[in-house]
Design a protein around this ligand. Structure first.
Ligand SMILES: Cc1ncc(C[n+]2csc(CCOP(=O)(O)OP(=O)(O)O)c2C)c(N)n1
Ligand code: SF4
Length: 485
């Protein structure tokens, strides 16, 4: 290592932990030479690694460094790049780290084309943990986990990165240090996901285990092997396939400098979203102030609004929660559960209202269950506390209601029919139900509920929805608690 590059090295951390003769140090040396040549500012450079022998590199580099968890270097690096897009972010990963446990991060970082330079140390094995096979271990090679020869084919990391969407993909070996310097420099100068795969070796856990001509006990045997078995990509393109077979291809496989980078695209979206928010805020400033009317006896309510997908229960839940939180000075949380049955079957929207902070958003000891269908009645009755209120549509079967009437207060009323026949629009079932529930239970002042409804429903439908709310309130006045026949 040249003395002039020492400023990029944490000399206090020496000696390093790599085995004598390991090629990982050659790659680190190359990086420091490139940083020196590019006059990189250590404060503007974030160096991130996962776990592995290769991943120890950032520990020795004097920059802003992060040694994270196995396979997650790109996850952390993505976070850094989002938070500080001006930083030059570099990840160092082993082949195991990048393409096994971190394989998903790798292909998605490439797909997004996020501005990170990935240096992949490909020694075809899990070095640090003792020579288990990785996704780049060649077919038939010996590994501690493949003592009779590896049965799987291997990944071509460069082709994988290219196919996934990286803007710059290059490969080299630890023998070709001049080329390595050049490729790393080019990668660092690209705006997008750039990767340099450096073929290296682990003579300790891999090379010495192999048989025949594949057996290599030392670093120098590997350097000789790389020297004699590598081919520049450009030369290989002109050669017949049988001459290229088994060779290590070096050089630039892919370089697209026009490709749009992810954080730049993201910042355009942030600008767009900020404009929308700004306009909404401006519009809010011109809106009449919200009038808060507190309930006379505020208390905690756990309400489950259930029925079938498409009955507007999600909106009803949001409106009820807003009537409490925005218009009644209470706290409220709304959640919903639409499973695969979103267009049929049982679905629910849950609302918890309280006078104090709510720490759990789901209904556990329900006070009210609205059931618009027999199926939802049976599906969600279990969340209602004994003595709670059931408000069931007439479509809920009489037997279902009678079965429960000893334990709950049950209102068995024609909610859907009222929306269809009285209001003239079955789509207002949710608003009829809200008017009804609030009249029976007195959760929020009527004026608060009406304000929340009018603020949420589509423009032009205010009158119909107000009518639906009133129809629900009137229905409550007629409703009687279902009795056992
Ligand atoms: C989640 C998790 N799984 C497994 C490990 C164990 N582990 C540490 S390093 C490593 C393999 C490293 O191999 P590679 O990424 O190829 O780097 P090398 O050591 O060969 O440079 C493994 C499996 C871990 N630390 N964390
Ligand atoms: S175990 Fe292998 S990869 Fe790790 S330092 Fe030793 S030679 Fe290098």
């Amino acid at each position: 290592m040249r003395e002039s590059t020492f400023k990029y090295v944490r000399l206090a951390k020496m000696p390093h932990m790599w085995c004598p003769g390991c090629g990982h140090g050659i790659i680190m040396s190359s990086m420091t030479r490139v940083f020196q040549k590019m006059k990189m500012n250590r404060q503007n450079m974030a160096f991130v690694s996962g776990i592995g022998c290769s991943s120890r590199t950032p520990g020795y580099i004097d920059a802003c460094t992060l040694h994270t968890t196995h396979g997650r270097a790109l996850g952390f690096a993505t976070g850094i790049k989002h938070a500080r897009p001006e930083l030059r972010v570099v990840t160092v990963m082993g082949d195991g780290d990048a393409t096994a446990i971190g394989g998903n991060h790798f292909i998605h970082a490439a797909r997004r084309n996020i501005d990170i330079t990935a240096i992949v140390y490909n020694n075809n094995i899990y070095g640090m943990t003792g020579g288990q096979y990785s996704p780049t271990t060649p077919y038939d090679a010996i590994a501690s986990t493949a003592p009779y020869g590896h049965v799987e084919p291997s990944f071509d990391i460069a082709e994988l990165a290219k196919a996934a969407g990286a803007c710059y993909v290059a490969s080299t070996t630890v023998y070709h240090v001049g080329q390595m310097d050049k490729l790393i420099e080019e990668a660092l100068n690209r705006k997008g996901f750039s990767i340099v795969e450096v073929m290296c070796y682990c003579h300790t856990t891999f090379g010495r285990r192999q048989k025949g001509k594949e057996k290599r006990r030392t670093g120098s045997e590997y350097l000789k092997h790389f020297k004699e078995n590598s081919l520049p990509l450009k030369a290989a393109a002109k050669m017949p396939p049988e001459k290229v077979e088994g060779k290590i291809l070096t050089g630039v496989l892919f370089d697209d400098q026009e490709k749009m980078e992810y954080t730049s695209r993201y910042s355009l979206i942030v600008d767009k979203a900020s404009m929308v928010v700004k306009k909404e805020r401006e519009a809010e400033e011109h809106m009449p102030p919200i009038v808060v009317t507190k309930p006379s006896k505020p208390k905690r309510w756990e309400v489950c609004l259930s029925g079938a997908g498409g009955q507007g229960l999600l909106l009803a839940g949001v409106v009820l929660a807003e009537s409490a939180a925005k218009y009644s000075g209470l706290k409220a949380v709304q959640t919903q559960s639409y499973g695969p049955e979103a267009r049929g079957g049982a679905s629910k929207s849950e609302v918890v209202i309280d006078t104090i902070d709510i720490h759990y958003p789901k209904v556990r000891n329900g006070d009210i269950l609205l059931a618009l269908t027999d199926e939802s009645f049976h599906a969600y009755i279990g969340t209602l506390s004994k003595g709670g209120i059931i408000i069931a549509d007439k479509s809920v079967l009489d037997e279902s209601v009678q079965e429960k009437s000893a334990d709950y207060k049950i209102y068995h009323v024609p909610i859907v029919e009222t929306a269809r026949e009285v209001v003239g629009k079955v789509q207002t079932t949710n608003m009829v139900a809200l008017g009804l529930i609030n009249k029976i239970a007195g959760i929020v002042p009527e004026v608060s509920l009406e304000s929340a409804v009018l603020a949420r429903v589509p423009k032009g439908t205010e009158a119909t929805n107000r009518e639906a709310l009133k129809a629900g309130e009137e229905l409550a006045e007629e409703a009687v608690i279902a009795t056992v026949e």
